[in-house]
Each structure stands twice: as C-alpha cells, then as structure tokens.
Design a protein. Structure first.
Length: 278
C-alpha cells in the first residue's frame, strides 16, 4: 500500500518562488513585507488612522482608512479565502440627515468583504475590506494576490464626500465558525471601546511577511502539517478549526506518521479536550 508520509516540523512556506508570484501580481510596488497594496495609491493615507476619532462616533477607530476615489478597484493583498461578503452593512456608505451635534440619524449601507490570508509563518489573518460596491467575489472563493475583489463606493458623511477604503486587520484570525452565519458584531465593527480582535494594520503589515500557506497537495509536494490525536491539518496553525485542509493520520510500526485520507473541519472534534479547547 502506498502511503503519504508527512513532515511534522513547522517550516516557513514563503519560498523565493512564492514571493515572486505574489510580487508579479501586485499592482505597482508591493509592501516591503511582500503584501500587495489594496489600492493603486500604494501607501497609507492619513484620512482616519488606527484609533483615530470621528465626530460621529465616541469610540476609537478600529482600522486604517486609505484615500481612494469612487470606482477605484480594491485588490486582494495576498492569496486567500473569502470568508464572508455583505452588501448592506449599516453606515458602510456613510450617513446623511445628520443632527447638529454630528451624530448620524440616517445610515447609508455599503458592502464589506472579509478574506483570510496567511503570514509567512502560516498564521491566519482576517482582512476587512469595506465601503465597497460592485463586489466581485463570493463566500468561499479563492483570491490571488492583486485580484480585484470590489470597487470603492461613494462615501458621504453628513453631506461631505469622503471616499476611502476602510481597511481592518483581525490578527490572529478569528474562530472561523463566526463567519458561518451573518457575521454580525465584532467582525464588522468600525469603532469600539476595545479593539474587538482587531489590531493596527500599519503595524501588522510592517511586522509580518506575506505567506502563500493556503493549500498544499501532499501527492505533489512536501507539506508541513500539524498533527494531534491522529488528526492532521494545513497550514500548521495552532487551532485545527482555523486550518484550510484536514486529514486522518495513521502511524506505522516504526512510529512514522502518514496520511490515511482527507477529511473536513468536523474532524477537529476528535482532538482530546485536554489539548483542544471547546
């Protein structure tokens, strides 16, 4: 019987070949850490930064806004999996008929997309692209670096045009189960008294390199899996639920692990409670 033996050590999957693929697909010069810029402007704007304050909200901003014009394309910053798409998120298009104190009275809805990307260490990061229209992707689509995923919509706040991309980063990536429903609450939050799972995008993209640790075909290439309780998953992130591929793992008489067959996320439930939180 032919068995696929797997490598258990966690290794960097950001090879030179993968880097060149990512850079070639970017529109313009990529970031120093290899990620594509999400807009053609190719830089961070100072419209409203992380933890900045907007007169219409009492809490700090949980993203980095990037100046852009209506109809500008928005690009995937790396290869990734579309976790959720919503077309009608409250205030994602701004607000009108504002009261004299700047508080909004009528919300303008807009679209948002959350894509799971990976760092060069195989860690998931969930990126929120918002204030969009003409969305080009749907849930469970795989995007490549530089793919157009949508377009910037007109954003009006209390009568003033302030078109921009709202760019949020949840790191480490959230439990993927939160995206199986409508994805309300924290995942779409633009402001908050706490960070609600988000971190400063400028800091993240300065500190973490882009990875292509999204899928691996063990019949064609050497893959690095994490294995626990006869369950294997890729990429080798800490939590089984946050992976994208799952396998049943056997062990030879010599103690070597091998893949018995592929599975799905439900196999994570086989992991003992002592090693895997409920």
């Amino acid at each position: 019987m032919h068995r696929l033996f797997i490598q258990l050590s966690i290794i960097s999957v950001l090879s030179g070949a993968n880097i060149s693929i990512g850079i070639a697909a970017c529109h313009g010069t990529p970031m120093r850490t290899g990620w594509c810029w999400p807009t053609a402007s190719g830089g961070w704007s100072n419209y409203l930064e992380w933890h900045g304050h907007n007169s219409g909200f009492s809490d700090p901003h949980l993203a980095q806004d990037i100046n852009a014009a209506e109809n500008d394309p928005v690009y995937a910053v790396a290869k990734g999996l579309v976790l959720i798409v919503r077309e009608n998120i409250s205030k994602y298009g701004g607000a009108n008929r504002c009261s004299s104190d700047g508080k909004t009275t009528v919300s303008i809805p807009g679209a948002g997309i959350i894509v799971r990307h990976y760092t060069s260490n195989g860690e998931p990061v969930d990126v929120l692209y918002a204030h969009l229209k003409n969305v080009q992707v749907k849930k469970n689509d795989v995007v490549e670096p530089g793919d157009v995923i949508g377009y910037v919509r007109n954003y009006t706040w209390c009568g003033l045009r302030k078109d921009h991309l709202h760019f949020g980063v949840a790191f480490p990536g959230r439990n993927i189960a939160v995206y199986d429903q409508a994805g309300t609450g924290d995942v779409w939050a633009g402001y908050g008294k706490t960070d609600r799972g988000f971190m400063n995008p400028v800091s993240f993209f300065s500190e973490y390199s882009m990875g292509n640790a999204f899928s691996c075909d063990p019949t064609k290439e050497r893959c690095s899996f994490r294995v626990r309780d006869a369950v294997g998953w890729f990429p080798p992130v800490d939590m089984c639920d946050n992976a994208t591929q799952w396998y049943i793992v056997g062990k030879t008489a010599d103690g070597e692990n091998y893949l018995m067959g592929s599975s799905d996320r439900s196999v994570c439930r086989r992991i003992s409670a002592a090693c895997y939180p409920n």
